[in-house]
Design a protein around this ligand. Structure first.
Ligand SMILES: [Zn+2]
Length: 360
């Protein structure tokens, strides 16, 4: 059944299943909501459904379904922000890199395409899509275009895309996916049927981690709590060596509390140069700090398996130290978003002392 591979999102599922059952799917959808909650997974499933030949669609096992899952179906067009270049050889290289990343994504669909250069969805991408859609569906299904992170369309691309939406064809369906729908051209938004996706309950993420990833119960619960309602984030944590990163976050805090700057710099050195790691580390540190504050006020904590260590750590920071630390962590996170050197952000956040620290 449509979306039975998707956790949570009952309202979104019901809305689209009803339209699907009654044979009145819209020509264009906007799936919006936070990152990592299943928007793109739902879009993929809808694309499979409109092209699947099985009785119970989507079967996810027929040749059509499998080729959509691996981004190789001629009637399925997957658009996402990628780097662009005016040089022909550079363009070929980018195309190869995209193909390579899509291969990985077929195995790990929650992973967004990621490049170390600026990316966008440009007018060239929209022209390519238009060319693809101008042909009749090769295989008698419905042409499906999934636009991931649709808010990353340039202005020119947005206008060209709007024209396509204004001339809908019954043989195609557009599914736009975005976590920042307010940035989309309002005229595009108004032409789409909007479907909201919400943060997932921690219990649903925990159950998924228990049953699909065989995590021990304590670990699944902790990770679900830290994931903040995003299964994508939980899966990312799982892949990125969550437990080592968590240990590193604790080591950093314990070094900071003890005034062990050598240990602190050593820890920061293990994280500063790896993409995404400084952000994740700061989030983990923030969780511990917020637990220390909760502990003080007798509230429930996330790091329940380490409550003794937490108590010792809290004493180390003393009165006032924790609030100042929480403030510095916030500023360091904002600094990372503004491309301040990760090493500097981590040092400023963790090595600072109340009243005497350099601030971002
Ligand atoms: Zn199928």
């Amino acid at each position: 059944m449509l979306f039975d591979n998707l956790i949570g999102q009952e309202v979104a599922k019901r809305t689209i299943r009803r339209a699907w059952d009654e044979g009145r799917l819209a020509g264009s959808y906007l799936f919006y909501g936070p990152d990592g909650v299943g928007k793109e997974a739902a879009a993929m499933d809808l694309a499979r459904a409109v092209n699947c030949g099985a009785e119970d669609k989507p079967c996810r096992t027929c040749s059509s379904c499998r080729r959509i899952s691996t981004y190789q179906h001629p009637d399925f067009h997957y658009l996402a922000p990628v780097p662009h270049s005016s040089s022909e050889s550079e363009r070929r290289k980018i195309a190869e890199e995209v193909a390579e990343q899509l291969k990985d994504k077929a195995a790990q669909p929650h992973r967004p395409l990621a490049f170390d250069r600026p990316t966008a969805i440009t007018i060239d991408d929209i022209r390519d899509l238009k060319r693809g859609l101008s042909l009749h569906p090769y295989e008698g299904g419905r042409q499906a275009a999934l636009v991931a992170r649709a808010d990353r369309m340039t202005e020119e691309a947005s206008n060209a895309f709007l024209k396509m939406l204004e001339e809908p064809s019954p043989s195609s369906i557009f599914i736009l996916v975005s976590d920042r729908p307010n940035i989309l051209l309002p005229t595009i938004v108004s032409r789409c049927q909007k479907v909201r996706f919400d943060l997932l309950p921690a219990g649903a993420i925990e159950a998924h981690l228990l049953h699909n990833h065989n995590l021990p119960e304590v670990e699944a619960r902790l990770m679900a709590d830290l994931a903040g309602g995003s299964l994508g984030r939980a899966l990312e944590m799982l892949e990125q060596g969550f437990w080592e990163e968590r240990d590193l976050a604790w080591t950093l805090l314990e070094s900071a509390a003890a005034g062990d700057y050598f240990g602190l710099m050593n820890g920061i050195g293990q994280a500063a140069d790896q993409r995404g790691k400084p952000e994740r580390l700061l989030s983990l540190v923030q969780e511990v700090v917020s637990d220390m504050l909760h502990l003080r006020h007798g509230r429930s904590i996330v790091n329940a398996d380490r409550s003794d260590r937490l108590r010792t750590l809290e004493l180390g920071f003393g009165n006032g130290g924790l609030d100042a630390l929480a403030g510095r962590l916030e500023r360091a996170k904002a600094g990372l978003k503004q491309n301040v050197t990760p090493r500097l952000c981590l040092i400023t956040a963790l090595a600072g002392r109340p009243g005497g620290s350099p601030e971002l």
